[in-house]
Design a protein around this ligand. Sequence first.
Ligand code: NDP
Length: 323
Amino acid sequence: MTKAIRVHVHGGPEVMKWEDVPTPEPGPGEALVKQEAVGLNYIDVYFRTGLYKAPAMPLIIGQEGAGTVTAVGPNVTHVAVGDRVAYAGPIGGYATDRVIPADRLVKLPEAIPFQTAAAMMLQGMTAQYLLRRTYPVKSGDTIVVHAAAGGVGLIMCQWAKHLGATVIGVVSSQQKAELARAHGATHTVIGAAGLPAEVKRITGGAMVPVVYDSVGKDTFAHSIDSLAPLGLMVSYGNASGPVPPVDISMLATKGSLFLTRPTLATYTAKRADLEHAAADLFDVVAKGAVKIQVNQTFALKDAAAAHIALESRKTTGSTVLIP
Ligand code: NDP
């Protein structure tokens, strides 16, 4: 037997149960991974509450982890028993041991500890595609990053600075503002209500070419009002709740804007894209341009406490769960 956190009914953090589960066996194309660290991500909350549809119940939530391959099924070519590996993506992460399609695993460089890997694969590859592909940030750009002191946020601030951009980070407290500035944000705004006015002041009226908004319902309108003509609204999360349906004629009146709702799953669906995103992330981390801040750790069996901290905006940077 192994242990996992399972959700039998959607609901609050209390629906997560630490249970015995049969040791999973890898099928064709799959690997069994003994996990040393599991990443905590906001998407875990969406699957727990039912905002995102569960593939089946009971559900083992969790989409990020790192550990060692302990068995492989037939036709596995990407990894072998004994490899140190990490992943972001397929659900089933809150477990001591899990099976996963082997082509979703990447080999972990020796220099990257398991906890760092579990903290950065999902949030870091998200920052990678947002900054390098959704809107390729250029030196000299001024950009807006919401939840700038969070997991994705601290990585975005550092990486965008490394690319030569000026980051305006949006946060909810003075303490988080200081943290975001210490990680590369040049400007910080507390609360999104004043964002358009602050962006106008900072940019001398030009506004910004892109806003990365992971907060959703509470911030969408303020983000739209911070964009320059032809600007790109990147709505990539719903920490405050989903964005209500949008009247697309608004994009015309606000300056021929672009709107996208991207996911890491789409951007890493092809194996080559996954490998490229991971390599790009490993590179900026190895260079020291991006430092992964594991600011909270919890035992995996205490995942409910971790969710409470995340949802009550008490965490900063990344959080890791230890099986
Ligand atoms: P964070 O560490 O950023 O935690 C969420 C943060 O959102 C909070 O710390 C808080 O920061 C802010 N927030 C604003 N309003 C609320 C609210 N009402 N309730 C709770 N938090 C709120 O989490 P992650 O780094 O794991 O994820 C950040 C976001 O990015 C999430 O929305 C997630 O879904 C999204 N995401 C999207 C991906 C994609 O590909 N589309 C991939 C990865 C993440 P503050 O207190 O400063 O406001």
